[in-house]
Design a protein around this ligand. Structure first.
Ligand code: T5A
Length: 212
């Protein structure tokens, strides 16, 4: 039996980390064996790549190096964590995945989406998430939440216009793939956001059981 692959996406400070904790609680309640992980990162090597990508430094990382580093970490993460866990029947809950590459490197940086698609096929083969929760929030609110929480990382130093393009990139993905993607209004109270997440998860679980 193959596990299910769920990803959580959105612009800065939308509440992914906070809501992944909530999703873990829901999985425990339903007695579902799972692994929670994140990108960039998820293995010791991929976490080192994450440091390279997120730490502000003197040398500007060019767009293609940034894209390739994202996929290098992803290849390692898939090989070491995601694929073995799914193969063992566990659900994998991942804080960001390839939709983030389409949104940040594609819509945000302006890199050609056909190039991203090519790398996606190379690194993932046919593997895609079964369900993606896109937490959506006006950019300024998310950036304010993120800056109240911690010092800005390399991405958070970008201009608001960059994150507006990223947000639109996510909304375009949701429109292109409505079967897989659920957009949640993350500007609501945490309680309301979690009720919405719960109803998406409950519907997904029913669908999973019907298909199995
Ligand atoms: N990236 C990643 C790419 O460019 N390409 C890629 O392919 C990939 C995989 C990763 C960076 O890498 C980029 C995107 C990112 O810039 P990250 O740490 O995963 O960085 O992403 P961040 O968005 O920076 O994650 P954050 O930890 O900043 O934000 P979260 O996890 O979305 O938000 P969270 O849960 O920490 O919440 C932020 C604050 O808001 C509060 C929380 O308590 C917290 O204080 N909050 C709420 N407050 C009020 N109402 C609510 N509903 C709230 N929900 C949360």
């Amino acid at each position: 039996m193959h596990g299910k692959f769920i990803t959580i996406e959105g612009t800065e400070g939308v509440g992914k980390t906070t809501n992944i904790e909530f999703i873990q609680g829901w999985l425990l309640e339903h007695d579902i064996d799972f692994v929670a992980t994140r990108e960039p990162g998820g293995t010791p090597l991929a976490e080192q790549i994450r440091q390279l990508l997120l730490t502000p430094g003197n040398e500007k990382i060019c767009d293609s190096a940034e894209l390739l580093l994202m996929f290098a970490g992803r290849a390692q993460h898939l090989n070491q964590v995601i694929e073995p866990s799914l193969g063992a029947g566990k659900w994998v809950i991942c804080d960001r995945f390839t939709d983030a590459t389409y949104a940040y490197q594609g819509a945000g940086r302006g890199m050609d989406s056909s190039l991203i698609k090519h790398l996606e096929h190379l690194v993932q083969g046919a593997l895609r998430p079964d369900l993606t929760l896109i937490l959506d929030i006006p950019v300024e609110i998310g950036l304010k939440r993120a800056s109240d929480r911690s010092a800005p990382d390399r991405f958070e130093q970008e201009q608001v216009e960059f994150f507006e393009r990223v947000r639109q990139g996510y909304l375009d993905t949701a429109k292109e793939d409505p079967q897989r993607c659920a957009v949640i209004d993350a500007s609501q109270s945490l309680e309301k956001v979690q009720l919405d997440i719960k109803s998406v998860l409950e519907a997904f679980l029913v669908k999973t059981k019907v298909v199995a």
